[in-house]
Ligand binder design. Sequence first.
Ligand code: ZN
Length: 275
Amino acid sequence: MDKVIITAAITGSRITREMTPYIPITPEEITQSAIECWEAGAAIVHIHVRNQKTGLGTQDLDLFRQVVNPLREKTDLVLCLTTSGISGLNLPIDERLVPLELKPELASLDAGSINLGGGVFSNPPEFLDEAAKRMKQYGVKPELEIFDLGMIVTCLRMRDEGKLEEPLHFQFVLGTPWGAPGTPKSFLHIYEHIPKNSTWSTIGIGKTQLPMSMMGLIMGGHIRVGLEDNIYYERGVLAKTNAQFVDRIVRIAREYGRDVASPNEAREILGVRRD
Ligand code: ZN
């Protein structure tokens, strides 16, 4: 089994200070939290930035720079920048794809539309095609976010059409209120549909974070944790930092007997390199 790659999803676009006082909002807070996760054993950080006035996600290039530049200076983290914008607000395609200009190793690509956060998180074919095309231009590997089985079908179709290249890298997002449940049965059903040469990682939303992490661990995949996906460390207890989640997975992985990948080992596993 490969070493396990731990991704930390630092802030997302929609968790507010009212929901948890511990969510990083400013570029400095996001950077600091990412550094703590790197020190704890995360190889990848998944980055969103926030509009300082609304507190919600934004695709402002300058704000991304204020996080990306210090992380490149101070760490060897693999960077995965979001192209979601704010799920449900459905920003224009060009605006969503702005972070690609910073040439991260990875960028998220939500492989289809889904109900989310009280609205539709719209990822129509024209977005998928343009995102895939531009990621290829910038030398960015798509992290294919899969909320439901049909999104795998979509990715395989795009591969057949030459829009995505193998080996594909999937991120299963299970346990959203309107998508595939975060259960072992649901996980296995989706997992069985990906090409054997793919790499993959699991996200469990909310209380499914830990169980889906365990599926990633035992099935030879990789794991994403962090406040974007889950704000509770345990039932009724808010997590105070992202690094707490990383610490826990590192401990469990070591006890289980699976080593944790360094950022450079993660690059090798995923076939990406620092620009
Ligand atoms: Zn995200």
